[in-house]
Design a protein around this ligand. Structure first.
Ligand code: GAP
Length: 447
């Protein structure tokens, strides 16, 4: 992984993402829509791998977390109860000279960072997107695009408890889109108005919340390092009292060392019993847990690990982006660009490359490709690439982070063997076609 992320130029990364089909500006043919992004063929694979890895680690590999997929639109009273209607605001200041708007806590100067003009007094700007439900645009029909997925979990607490018969402590995990009308966006996909979240609400007995909070911080940090993020580029930071959200008793952020400085990639909050209590009061429904040991009904406390999928993707791309000096066959020094993505996350696991478009090589390469693509041992996308020289194809696969290339050459016609080339070391290994899927599988898993 990269030793220093400070050297990475975000412009270069953005351009690679567009050129290779990871991420495009949304509605580009209409001049683009500010800070909204579309994931292209490779980006869609990468994002899916991130979500799958998180779901596997947080739901499948644990026996205390179950899943949920709640609606984006919720009853407006849910947002009244959660405090979002009243409190989900950011302080906005406007330049009296150039009329640009900024989030007050995101700027260092007392004057406009763009033109030096005088700034207005701050006013609270509400960040929830509104829309109307049904054919009549009246005040009563206003609904909100959720700014977090968490509330879908709280309002379903009783449904989940009754249907799963889970005992405390247990958690509910959810992945889904959220929307925030952010005052300032930017740094590519770091801060956008539409983004995807992965959240867990982990319910515990009151009084047992603090050690569980500590454990979740560790579990979350481990997930980032397990998917290949450089540990030295990660840190935990405790929120100051004045930073805490209206619902939180204590929050820690996991931060990543981005080229522009440390930035939040995940929050792990202790939300106490704030949300369940608030929904009980607003709805009149009981959202309690019967504790057999004490014979009491209790309102559980909640520990909430919450992260943005897009920020995780951004972290992985920045962390994986590497430029290396190499010597070409001609003896010339070249710069090799590669994404050192962990194989579990890489959008393409293996590329099958015939040495040339020779009429004897291509059918063999195609049959190798078919076998690998359909093999249950691989568990990911496989690509066939026969365009341009083999050197250029290796560079292309390096640039999109493909861990392994399989080259079918003229010897393969006689010895039924192919060459596996490894992305980071560029080491090559000759293996028999009969054992290829197994070899690839152990190289990808790291056996
Ligand atoms: N339910 C808790 C919650 O919403 P948050 O700290 O506001 O907490 C959690 O958001 C995570 O969601 C952040 O750590 C970040 O990864 C992601 N996130 C928040 N706002 C975002 C935005 N505008 N664009 C992209 N990701 C965002």
């Amino acid at each position: 992984m990269s030793d220093s992320t400070s050297a990475i130029d975000i412009e270069k990364l953005t351009s690679l993402c567009k050129r290779r089909g990871f991420i495009f500006q949304s509605s580009e043919i209409y001049g683009g829509l500010a800070s909204t992004w579309d994931y292209g063929p490779l980006g869609a694979e990468l994002k899916r791998n991130v979500k799958d890895s998180w779901w596997k680690a947080m739901v499948w590999e644990r026996d205390d977390v179950v899943g949920l997929d709640a609606a984006i639109l919720m009853h407006p009273d849910a947002w009244r109860a959660s405090g979002h209607l009243e409190n989900f605001t950011d302080p906005l200041v406007e330049c009296l000279q150039c009329n640009k708007r900024f989030r007050e806590d995101h700027i260092d100067s007392v004057t406009c960072p763009e033109c030096g003009g005088e700034l207005s007094d701050p006013r609270l700007f509400h960040m929830m997107f509104k829309t109307h439900m049904g054919p009549v645009e009246e005040e009563a029909a206003i609904v909100y695009f959720r700014p977090e997925t968490a509330q879908g979990i709280f309002v379903n607490f009783s449904n989940i408890l009754t249907s799963t018969r889970k005992k405390l402590p247990f958690g509910v995990a959810q992945i889904g889109k959220s929307f925030r009308n952010e005052i300032t966006t930017g740094n590519f996909i770091f801060r956008t108005r539409e983004f995807e979240m992965m959240e867990i609400e982990y319910f515990v007995m009151p009084g047992e919340d603090e050690p569980v909070h500590e454990q979740w911080m560790q579990d979350c940090m481990n997930w980032y390092t397990d998917i290949g993020v450089t540990p030295e580029n990660l840190r935990l930071r405790k929120h100051e009292d004045e930073e805490l959200s209206h619902y939180a008793k204590a929050t820690y952020d996991i931060e990543y060392k981005f080229p522009w400085g440390w930035g939040e990639i995940q929050g792990i909050a202790n939300r106490t019993d704030f949300d369940l209590k608030a929904h009980m009061t607003m709805s009149g429904e009981k959202l309690t847990y019967f504790d057999e040991a004490s014979g009491q009904h209790v309102i559980p406390y909640v520990i909430e690990p919450s992260l943005g999928v897009d920020r995780a993707v951004m972290t992985l791309l920045v962390d994986a982006y590497t430029e290396e000096e190499t010597t070409a066959a001609s003896g010339k020094t070249e710069t090799r660009v590669l994404l050192k993505l962990d194989p579990s996350i890489a959008p393409i696991k293996v590329a099958v490359l015939p040495l040339s478009r020779n009429e004897k090589l291509v059918p063999l390469a195609k049959s190798v490709y078919d076998n690998i693509r359909k093999s249950r041992l691989i568990g990911g996308n496989v690509q066939f690439d026969d365009a341009q020289s083999i050197g250029r194809r290796y560079r292309r696969q390096d640039e999109i982070g493909t861990p392994l290339c399989v080259t079918v050459d003229f010897d393969s016609l006689d010895d039924d063997c192919v060459t596996i080339r490894e992305r980071d070391s560029m080491n090559q290994k000759r293996v028999s076609i009969a054992n290829l899927a197994g070899e690839i599988s152990s190289l990808l898993i790291g056996d």
